[in-house]
Design a protein around this ligand. Structure first.
Ligand code: PEP
Ligand code: MN
Length: 362
C-alpha cells in the first residue's frame, strides 16, 4: 500500500494535534472550546462527535446535522479545520455537504466490515482524509482490513487511530493500550501514519498525559485529545475530557523527540549498541534451538519409558528458579514467567509431536 503522508492533508507538519469535545453539544460549547484551542496555537484539527455511538440507549446521542452548522462556523470564523465521526453513508453525505475536512471511523464501526464497506463506497471519488480507529477487540486483521477496504476504493489519505481495546473486567485504563498491536499495524503498512487517542484509551483526564507521552515516544504521528470547556458538565465522556487550560499545560509539558539524529557521534554509538543487540539475539536463537533439540530427545526418551510429557513438579520448579534468577538480575517476575511459559509451550508441543509420531508407528 502506498498511503500518502500526513503532510499531504495540508494541516501542517506532524505530529498532528487533534483536539475538541467528545460531542458537539451546543453552538456556544463548540465555539467556546474551538476559540480556546485556536488561541493555543497548538491545534491542527478540531474534533467533535455529531452522531454518537453509545453503548446504551437513552444516553446523549449527538445533535446530528444541526451540529454540522456549528462546525461550519469553526471552519469559517474560528478558522480551524474540523473532523467528525461517520458511521453510515448518510453521515458521509452530510459531511461532504458541509465541507468537513477529515472524517473518522469509530471503534464500533471498524468492528463491522459491512459498515466499513458501505462507508468506503460513500467516500469513493472524494479525496477526503479518513482516520480509522482500532476495532474494539485486539484484532490487527480487522483494523488492517478496514484500512484496505478504504484504500481499495481509491482513498490514499488515510491514518490509523490507536485508542486501545475493550478490557474484560476492571482495568486501570478504560481501554487496554496493547501498544504492540499499533506497532504491528505500522510494521504491516509502513506508509500508514498512526495517531494515538489517549483520551478514549485512558478514560481518565489525569492519565491522559502519560499515555500521550508514551505515544510520542513510540514515534506515533499525532494525538487526538478530548477537550471540553467544562468537563464536569459534559454530556458524554466527562471523566476523560480536559479543560482548555489543562490541554495547553499538557501540550507544553510533552516532550517531542525526533525519530533520529544526524549527529555522527550519536549514530556511531547507536550502531555500536545495535551490534551488541544483534550478537546477543543471535546467541539467544542458537541457545533456544539447542534447548528445543534437547526437548525433542527428552520426548523420545520419555516415550520409550512410557512416561508422560508433562511432569508438573518439574515445571513448577523451572518457573520458580528462572523467576528467582531473573529477579536477581533485575527482570520482572511477569516477564520471566511469560518467557518461560512461551518456551515451555513450544517444548511441550515438540514432545507431544514426538510421542504422536511414535504412537502412529507402533
Ligand atoms: C469518539 O472519538 O468520540 C469515540 C466515540 O471514540 P471510539 O470510537 O474510539 O470509542
Ligand atoms: Mn468520546
Amino acid at each position: 500500500m502506498d498511503i500518502e503522508p500526513l503532510a499531504s492533508w495540508g494541516l501542517g507538519a506532524p505530529p498532528l494535534i487533534i483536539a475538541g469535545p467528545c460531542s458537539a453539544e451546543s453552538e456556544a460549547q463548540v465555539l467556546s472550546v474551538a476559540r480556546a484551542l485556536k488561541a493555543s496555537g497548538r491545534v491542527h484539527l478540531f474534533r467533535a462527535g455529531v452522531w454518537k455511538p453509545r453503548s446504551r440507549p437513552g444516553t446523549f446521542s449527538g445533535e446530528g446535522v444541526k451540529a454540522l452548522e456549528w462546525l461550519k462556523i469553526v471552519r469559517t470564523e474560528v478558522q480551524l479545520p474540523v473532523t467528525v465521526e461517520v458511521a453510515s453513508p448518510k453521515h458521509v453525505e452530510a459531511c461532504i455537504d458541509y465541507g468537513v475536512d477529515v472524517v473518522w471511523l469509530g471503534a464500533r464501526t471498524v468492528s463491522n466490515p459491512f459498515s466499513v464497506d458501505e462507508i468506503a463506497r460513500a467516500l469513493k471519488g472524494t479525496d477526503i482524509p479518513v482516520m480509522v480507529k482500532n476495532p474494539l477487540s485486539p484484532d490487527v486483521e480487522l483494523w488492517q482490513g478496514a484500512i484496505e477496504r478504504l484504500y481499495e476504493v481509491g482513498l490514499k489519505r488515510l491514518a490509523g487511530v490507536h485508542r486501545g481495546f475493550t478490557p474484560y473486567g476492571d482495568s486501570r485504563y478504560r481501554n487496554i493500550p496493547k501498544w504492540e498491536i499499533a506497532i504491528e499495524l505500522r510494521r504491516r503498512i509502513p506508509s500508514l501514519p498512526v495517531i494515538c487517542d489517549p483520551s478514549h484509551m485512558t478514560g481518565k483526564a489525569d492519565l491522559v498525559p502519560g499515555a500521550a507521552q508514551k505515544a510520542l515516544d513510540l514515534n506515533m504521528s499525532g494525538l487526538m485529545i478530548e477537550v471540553h470547556p467544562d468537563p464536569d458538565k459534559a454530556l458524554s465522556d466527562k471523566d476523560q475530557q480536559l479543560s482548555p487550560e489543562t490541554f495547553v499545560t499538557l501540550i507544553e509539558n510533552l516532550v517531542f523527540r525526533k525519530e533520529t539524529s544526524d549527529d555522527s557521534g550519536f549514530i556511531n554509538h547507536l550502531e555500536d549498541l545495535r551490534s551488541q543487540i544483534d550478537s546477543i539475539d543471535s546467541q539467544l536463537i542458537d541457545l533456544i534451538a539447542q534447548r528445543m533439540r534437547i526437548s525433542g530427545i527428552m520426548g523420545e526418551y520419555k516415550c520409550k519409558n512410557s512416561v508422560t510429557v508433562l511432569q508438573l513438579d518439574r515445571w513448577i520448579e523451572i518457573l520458580r528458579t528462572r523467576v528467582e534468577q531473573g529477579e536477581q538480575l533485575g527482570l520482572s517476575r511477569s516477564f520471566v514467567e511469560e518467557l518461560m511459559q512461551f518456551l515451555h509451550d513450544e517444548s511441550i508441543r515438540l514432545q507431544t509431536e514426538v510421542m504422536d509420531h511414535h504412537d502412529k508407528n507402533h
